[in-house]
Design a binder for this molecule. Sequence first.
Ligand SMILES: [Zn+2]
Length: 314
Amino acid sequence: MCSAHTPAAYRPTGTADEAEEARPGGRRAATDESGRSRRLEYPPAPEPLPVPVVDNHTHLNFRDGLVEVGVKDALDAAAAVGVDRAVQVGCDLPSSRFTVQALDADARLLGAVALHPNDAPRYAARGELEAAYAEIEQLAAHPRVRAIGETGLDYFRSKGDALAVQHDSFRWHIDLAKRLGKTLQIHDRDAHEDVVRLLGEEGAPETVVFHCFSGDEDLARTCNENGWFMSFAGTMTFKNAENLRRALAIADPGRILVETDSPYLTPHPYRGRPNASYMVPYTVRSMAEVLGADLAELCSRLSANTEQAYGDWD
Ligand SMILES: [Zn+2]
């Protein structure tokens, strides 16, 4: 394959894409967090990895870019560069329902379902939180839903009254993971201390993943001590992310994972462009550089760690 090009499924066809939003979750904003407009072309595919790895956190339901890309095409494009499997993550009821349908349709997917810390307060405000919990619990019983997530705390986007709902919701999801014997996949934005505190108060499930690890060396040490997985996203490649690279450098090698959080968090040098699972190799190569590791060995390690975190894909 020619790796200098964007995968075919991600290239605009020239005709206007007027398809109805087929997928739940809406789309990533056309501006970044500081309000600047983004380039909406998907970046070129990286060189394939020598050993396949897993994107352990993606949102195939979220739309971004100039074309609509289906689940199969997205996973085919990823497989072509050595990203042979993925974990599809739900954040609310529509995307969690989508998750179960998607993993039934494609054996390369496992799933995670939950109410995201920024979504739980919306259900609560409508008086629908208990009903939403009941449906998440039902969806979570699916044998290929292996994680409860993403759940956790977000002090960046949510403020005030929403925080009490977030805390209750995080506690509910921790309990659900333990009752069902599933992995807990944590969203932690500007809330490291309280995330660790609530895990301690509730008693952490056997397997915990910090999705898009955003901590420093202190949090990495806490994860090492507790045997919690740290999943590194494109953020660790950003120029100003020296703290993340220092955390990676001291992380227990048996507890590191890789993810995209696509369509968000596109790795350097394509920050701000749309993201997809086929972009994982950029992050893995950057991790190998930080760790001074052989690329193939790191890939094998990441794959083995992912199966330890979620079970095998059968
Ligand atoms: Zn996510």
